[in-house]
Ligand binder design. Structure first.
Ligand SMILES: O=C(O)CCC(=O)C(=O)O
Length: 289
């Protein structure tokens, strides 16, 4: 990859790339100005409000999983301002630099709003949820408010991305979640808590073991996440995964197609929304028919 010729809107210092590659997570500072972040946050707020308008339950009336956060997925598909955020070239360019890859597809975005009184998010790896094997995957965790341990900060197990996929954790609690922190591969390594101010972004690798604290504050913890997968990655298993099934990606096929736009290198034109939005089933989606 000829880095000299690539113009990144946000250039990541080599020490930050090195930290990400060593620990599997890192903070990038001042990615968005307060004005730009506020503009994006208002759009995500509006989309979350629209999608949850019928849900009047208090946090203690929700399922264990729902008590971790209000989860609204694929907001870029229905809101043009959120699309600008999820396809933002600064963001995707940072993801490419941290992973050390030439190209990225958007995998998914989602709002994760942890309500006051919301429980912790159980320790897990993201990538084992999806039939994509060892694909290079990275997630941007974008807080709209200052986040500390008291209102739901994340903690990451340093170096855990290097152990690869462990047993998947059922964070939905439909079965007893696997105690991944006790996995021998992690050798008892302790998660590191990360406080973060709005404008800054915490990045983690798809195999990094992470969790979030409960929200003991009186305020909503508003976070938006965008997940990118390296161009050239392939589907490895047949089990269902909405973005792959929608784009009709077969086992062994490249992860690309409608709903999986290339976001790095940045296109001159904004990617368009996929033709098929699917039917929402809670935060998830299924294909029609
Ligand atoms: O924000 C949270 O509570 C959990 C976030 C998470 O697990 C993720 O972004 O992968």
């Amino acid at each position: 990859m000829s880095e000299q010729t690539i113009e990144y809107p946000y250039l990541v210092a080599p020490a930050v790339v090195e930290e990400f590659q060593r620990k599997g997570f890192v903070v990038t500072k001042d990615v968005f100005t307060p004005t730009k972040l506020g503009h994006y946050a208002s759009a995500v707020d509006a989309e979350v409000a629209l999608r949850t308008a019928d849900d009047v339950r208090g946090v203690d009336e929700k399922t264990t999983y729902e008590q971790s956060f209000v989860q609204c997925m694929r907001l870029w598909e229905t809101n043009e301002v959120v699309r600008n955020l999820s396809c933002d070239a600064s963001l995707a360019g940072i993801g490419a630099q941290l992973l050390g890859v030439d190209g990225l597809h958007l995998w998914q975005d989602q709002a994760l709003y942890k309500e006051p009184g919301g429980r912790e998010t159980d320790p897990h790896q993201d990538q084992t949820f999806w039939p994509i094997g060892n694909a290079n995957l990275i997630s941007a965790w974008i807080p709209f408010d200052a986040v500390t341990f008291a209102n739901g900060a994340m903690a990451y197990v340093p170096g855990s991305h290097k152990v690869g996929g462990l047993k998947p954790v059922d964070i939905t609690h439909s079965t007893q979640p696997y105690d991944i922190l006790g996995d021998p591969a992690l050798a008892g390594a302790a998660p590191e808590w990360v406080s973060v101010n709005p404008g800054n972004i915490v990045w983690h690798h798809g195999f990094t073991v992470h969790q979030a604290a409960a929200n003991t504050s009186p305020n909503l913890r508003r976070v938006f996440t965008v997940v990118f997968v390296a161009a050239g990655s392939r589907r490895t298993k047949p089990w269902p995964a909405f973005p792959l099934d929608r784009a009709k990606v077969p086992v062994g096929g490249l992860i690309q197609g409608d709903g999986l736009p290339v976001v790095w290198p940045a296109a001159k034109q904004q990617p368009s929304a996929p033709k098929l939005l699917g039917v929402p089933v809670g935060p998830q989606f299924r294909l029609d028919g």
